[in-house]
Design a protein around this ligand. Sequence first.
Ligand code: BES
Ligand code: MN
Ligand code: ZN
Length: 521
Amino acid sequence: MEFNIKSGSPEKQRVACVIVGVYESRKLTFAADLLDRISNGFISDVLRHGDMEGKLGSTLVLHSVPHTLCDRVMLVGLGKERDFRAKEYREAVRTSIKALTQTAAGEAVSYLSELTVKKHDVEWMIEQAAVVTLDALYRFDRFKSKQDESVREPRKLTLAVPRRSDLADGEKGLQRGLAIGNGMKLAKDLGNLPGNVCTPNYLAEEARKVAETFGAAAEILGPSEIAELGMHSFLSVAKGSVEEARLIVLRHNGAKDKNDKPIVLVGKGITFDSGGISLKPGEGMDEMKYDMCGAATVLGAFRAAVEMNLPLNVIAIVPACENMPNGNANKPGDIVTSMSGQTIEILNTDAEGRLILCDALTYAERFNPATVIDVATLTGACVIALGHIATGLYSNQDSLARELLAAGEEVADRAWHMPLWDEYQELLKSPFADMANIGGRPGGSITAACFLSRYAKAYDWAHLDIAGTAWKGGKDKGATARPVPLLVQFLQDRADIALGNVVRRGRPRREAPEVAEDDQD
Ligand code: BES
Ligand code: MN
Ligand code: ZN
């Protein structure tokens, strides 16, 4: 779909649909009020009939509104004006786009983006409108022989800004929104692909394409090179499958000073997790194709960062393999030596994520990183602890945890800070090796993070357990692309800091629009 930014009056839009907001108790927004006046109260008349009250999540499509040049006007409920915040704005945009796909309108101009949301500027309004729109329109129908015709994707969406002088800021917001949206689409596509298509090698080739498209560097290692590095923990997981392991490394050298310490993102890339010899139960096992969502979101965030050309050095590391049971697979009781030299007793072959991540974390040391963040669908226990709402966040540096929490808050992709106390480390004791790969059922997400922390001592590190947030079940089953928005916001904040800017968050936007300016096509 094509996006545009413009400033101009709603009644002058010669388009299939004009989208305007209505607050609860039928209070018209600036754009809705303009349409109401030009049509001699047509809109307030309709509202008086009671079909629409302005409740958040409601819409009403009107045809042939007098003295306007558009075919339709869509009224979108915004809820109570004094409660209208970022969350409500995003929901209103989502509702309007969903409703638009139920009409025959191929083009629309939305005035929701010129509303005021406390603490946010025009750039943010446009960025979020683009992100939410792309997210709402996403479909994965590559394997359907017939497309679903009940949903029509609009061809073109124009987002209104209050004034002509806002156009440049709007354009910046749009470019950012598109980059984030493209990164999220990549993450969803990779996540939704079945395990027989999205193999470790496929992931590597997709990563290579991202690098080639944006002029980033890609290095892809196979089993023998991985063995030479001493990554025997990682390879022990891969050897139970006929699919070869891949270690994927992408590098974006965007910082002004090319020698700046990089931010390293590490993503768990288990393209299918059967559990291995500690085989999972059959029911729902298909969902373990999502066990590479850490990798998918790291690649998605990396894609967004390079498309925006963020002035940072960013490295993505993805260990990718399958976890399968064959005659060569890990067995409970096996002991492996990780790249760090620490030995691991594998008590459960289904706790494989940490076995591949530990070596990737050791590998990250060679880049002398400023910060390392790993992202993984690591534990079912995290789903029990936080449900599908919050990502589990662990860190060996409280200030880093705070940065990530704030970034997630900013873009409605929230995480929750979990403890990494020494008492939990005790649970990983093994009588035969330096540590066991499981700590028992209680606090399972925490002991998994404790395991990783033993490989992340050389730098500031955070771990995001996305087992509950990376995909959703039910009728809208599919990958969510979380935490791409959080990661990109974190990188943007770091870029702002690097440039000596104040972090964008909380910059107040100018007040409500003045009288609309002339249309300017
Ligand atoms: N990929 C799973 C974690 C998972 C489970 C993610 C369910 C999403 C939904 C991971 O590899 C795993 O199997 N973890 C085990 C660890 C246990 C054996 C200590 C788990 O959570 O049961
Ligand atoms: Mn597993
Ligand atoms: Zn797994």
